[in-house]
Design a protein around this ligand. Structure first.
Ligand code: VGL
Ligand code: ZN
Length: 209
């Protein structure tokens, strides 16, 4: 696969809380950093996302009496997994990992900042209606292809890839520059759904070949 001038690299949630030692650590989460740093200079456009919650966020188990982490609760927009407190605005956990190269970032999209709505996707919040503005930005820059990498393969990378595809982009997910949470089969579900939607699950080597 070639990287054309209409290809954006979407780097998802490479933040301290999703790396080992963090509040919602993804196994091997920090292993995505080196490959992402290596790839960044090859792309004509780079966009990063940052999960960015207020402490009172509705996706935190701690804000629901009698509920535990990973419980499911019904919300107006559907089922919501309850997470440990993570990526709280302005905290160390919400910062990008110190080894991630961000100096040349074109745009950083923050998501999940509304108290009542969680946001996995870089494009839409979990109500599937509220936008982050990213689609407008990319269309304005004439981007047609999106290459995704980061954390977590089965949540924010997955939702971002599916939305990008639905919005008309050609989408590739770099599996070896992403890592999964894998909560009760969520990785298999995500991979099957991405494949059946025409998203290309690829590798760094394939991208560079
Ligand atoms: C994520 C769960 C909660 C992610 C964010 O980045 O995949 N997962 N918030
Ligand atoms: Zn979150």
């Amino acid at each position: 696969m070639e990287i054309h001038k209409d290809t954006v690299f979407l780097v998802i949630d490479v933040q301290n809380d999703f790396c080992p030692g963090g509040a919602l650590a993804v196994p091997g989460g920090d292993q995505v950093i080196e490959p992402i740093n290596k790839l960044l200079p090859r792309f004509p456009a780079t966009v990063y996302t940052q999960d960015w919650h207020p402490g009172v966020h509705t996706s935190f188990a701690s804000n629901h009496k009698g509920k535990s982490v990973y419980d499911l609760i019904p919300l107006s927009y559907g089922e919501q997994v309850l997470w440990p407190d993570h990526c709280v605005q302005g905290t160390k956990g919400a910062e990008f990992h110190k080894d991630l190269q961000t100096d040349h970032a074109d745009l950083i999209i923050r998501k999940g900042f509304r108290k009542e709505i969680d946001s996995y996707s870089a494009f839409f919040e979990n109500d599937r209606k509220t936008t982050t503005g990213l689609d407008g930005y990319l269309k304005n820059r004439n981007m047609e292809k999106v290459v995704c990498a980061g954390l977590a393969t089965d949540f924010c990378v997955y939702y971002s890839a599916i939305d990008a595809m639905k919005l008309g982009y050609q989408v590739t997910v770099l599996m070896d520059a992403s890592r999964a949470i894998d909560l009760e089969g969520s990785l298999d579900n995500a991979l099957n759904d991405m494949r059946s939607n025409g998203i290309v699950l690829s590798t760094i080597a394939e991208l560079l070949s």
